[in-house]
Design a protein around this ligand. Structure first.
Ligand code: PGA
Length: 229
């Protein structure tokens, strides 16, 4: 099974989202038990994907969730609220969250617990220099060890730069990550419709986390197709 996770970040306004859904729905990826597509729009647009996800194998993901449960936490969005919106996956510990919102490994751990408590699968982002510490913490915590998680290896210099890591080098790091975990490990960083196939050919890579290229529905389709090439 390969995963293809589309992270829209804080992109796409209402009209653009409507167009994206229209375009994507015209040509939904053929149902394929070898591919799990997960779309992660902004919180505000999650509800717009309800029809899409109930009529196909495409699943819905969030880009973050609250450290806290439902309650008096102004401005936050809880795991429970996301689950009600049919969210089945959540990206946690993305390098942008760590950089701009000062998230650390302990906060990511708490968020992973929140997700698991609401039966949402965490997609935990790892970077090249810290993946061992990041995974050790999750492995050593009884509430998160042996749980169903997904990791995404995202070298900082490849994110949003148009300069992906060399697929063989990414496969090499992912093999090292796999010595520490049995969870699937994705690659993310400047993946597009032209290079996705090169990453997917590396058998150790369990899928892709794609941001910029996913903003065009037609590109996401092309990336899905590259699984068959
Ligand atoms: P990118 O971003 O695809 O635009 O490089 C990847 C990510 O931030 O997950």
């Amino acid at each position: 099974m390969k995963y293809l996770v589309a992270n829209f970040k804080a992109n796409l306004g209402e009209n653009e989202i409507n167009q994206w859904i229209e375009e994507f729905t015209k040509e939904k990826p053929a149902d394929n038990d070898q591919l799990q597509v997960v779309i992660c729009p902004s919180f505000l647009h999650l509800f717009k994907f309800k029809n899409l996800v109930s009529n196909s194998q495409v699943k819905l993901g969030a880009q973050d969730l609250s450290l806290y449960p439902q309650g008096a936490y102004t401005g936050e969005i809880s795991a429970q609220a996301l689950k009600e919106q049919k969210v089945e996956f959540v990206i946690l510990g993305h390098s942008e969250r760590r950089r701009y919102f000062k998230e650390n490994n302990e906060m990511v751990l708490e968020k992973v617990k929140r997700a698991l408590n609401s039966s949402i699968t965490p997609i935990v982002c790892l970077d090249k220099d810290n993946f061992k510490q990041q995974i050790d913490l999750l492995n050593q915590t009884p509430a998160t060890s042996n749980q169903q998680l997904i990791y995404a290896y995202e070298p900082l210099e490849a994110i949003g730069t148009g300069e992906p890591e060399n697929p063989a080098a990414a496969a090499n790091i992912i093999s090292q990550i796999k010595n520490l975990t049995k969870s699937p490990v994705l690659y993310g960083g400047s993946v597009d419709e032209n290079n996705a196939g090169l990453f997917l050919k590396q058998t150790v890579i369990d899928g892709l986390l794609v941001a910029t290229a996913s903003l065009k529905a037609s590109n996401l389709h092309k990336i899905c197709q590259s699984l068959h090439e």
